[in-house]
Design a protein. Structure first.
Length: 377
């Protein structure tokens, strides 16, 4: 018996179940989920019960399966977890409703960044990805409408290209100076207490808050050790993008209150102004706002400068005939894309080129095609 078959045997709950459309996309919420409130006794909270409805869980499991992903610290892949949950799910569900469930630590992995260095990812167990996805499908329809219209990352019906088009419109209107801000190790530095405080102001449901706190505190296992953590939300967990927007929306709203034109995608934010002096004032403001959230601006990647000299989400701007501002793929991501195409087309030549580079050989003698140079942020 599969987990889908097991869940189909669960009694049908009343009300509309939340139907997810992606691990960070919206879902239609139940009538009960639209009215968050504290629960009494052991009955479980309204939001949690909505998340654990059979239909919502089935949809969540479909999303987790579609997104594939590796096993967590328990070593169970998606198929193995499906078989495991046939017997284990009733007890896990009761623990969730009683507030006694303890998530497993996430498994630490690192992947190389395109511009060098490494990015740390945390892989929850498939069971915890299922629970987080089910919770996401209930929370996102409630939280997303409260976010700034200038926020584009990890939101239903929005994408990175929308943020870039918004940036182009601001520059076309005469705002030729950009305050380009990048946060240093944002997901690693999310302060748990501050995030929970901001979440409690939006979600009046103690059981859900407790479960989110448990996920934040579950820690990252590295070589069998799980150090205690008071900050950070793992990249790779279904809830992390939504929680990031909850935290950063505070900065968005202050920029809105001051009448600024800006676009934010995750932790990348660009504010467009008409003068360098105004840009420096905005940069100072952003330093104060982020410091209040215990976040750190990456000074090496952040600057106040010409909107035509910076890139945003892989694109740069230029002025065509008639003073029309247009988009183009920035030099650095374009060069990376070309290099990737060469590696896929001629893997042996690409390997020889990399070996020549490491050994100090003249790169101009390489048989691979030279490309554009990188630039911008």
């Amino acid at each position: 018996m599969s987990i889908q078959q097991a869940m189909r045997q669960m009694p049908v709950s009343t009300g509309r179940a939340a139907v997810g459309q992606g691990e960070a996309l919206a879902a239609t919420s139940s009538d009960e989920a639209c009215r968050p409130r504290h629960a009494s006794g052991d009955a479980g909270s309204a939001l949690l019960r909505a998340a654990l409805r059979r239909e919502n869980l089935l949809q969540a499991f479909k999303r987790v399966r579609a997104n594939k992903g590796a096993a967590g610290v328990d070593g169970r892949d998606i198929d193995e977890t499906s078989r495991y949950l046939v017997l284990a799910w009733p007890e896990i569900r009761e623990q969730l409703l009683a507030g006694t469930y303890r998530p497993s630590p996430v498994r630490r992995v690192t992947i190389p960044k395109p511009d060098g260095g490494e990015r740390e990812l945390g892989i929850p167990t498939v069971t915890d990805r299922l629970i987080q996805q089910a919770l996401l499908q209930v929370l996102q329809p409630i939280l997303d409408p409260t976010f700034s219209e200038h926020s584009y990352g990890f939101r239903p019906g929005r994408r990175a290209h929308d943020a870039v088009l918004s940036a182009r419109a601001y520059v076309q209107s005469g705002r030729r100076i950009v305050v380009d801000v990048d946060l240093s190790k944002f997901f690693d530095r999310v302060n748990h207490d501050i995030l929970i405080d901001r979440l409690q102001k939006r979600i009046d449901d103690a059981r859900v808050i407790r479960l989110v706190r448990a996920y934040l505190n579950s820690g990252i296992m590295d070589h069998g050790v799980v150090p205690s953590r008071h900050e950070g939300t793992p990249q790779g967990a279904p809830l992390s993008p939504l929680l990031a927007n909850v935290l950063l929306d505070e900065v968005d709203k202050e920029l809105e209150r001051r009448g600024h034109c800006f676009a934010r995608y995750a932790d990348d934010a660009n504010v467009y102004v008409r003068s360098k002096k105004a840009g420096e004032r905005v940069m100072a403001l952003l330093h104060r706002l982020y410091a209040k959230l215990h976040l750190v601006v990456n000074e090496a990647k952040s600057a106040v400068g010409s909107a035509f000299g910076r890139k945003f989400l892989g694109y740069s701007l230029w002025v065509a005939r008639g003073k029309v501002v247009k988009l183009k793929v920035a030099a650095k991501p374009l060069a990376s894309f070309k290099q990737r195409i060469r590696e896929l087309s001629h893997p042996a030549q690409a390997l020889e080129t990399r070996q020549d580079h490491v050994s100090g050989a003249d790169p101009t003698r390489s048989r691979t095609i030279g490309g554009a140079t990188g630039g911008g942020k």
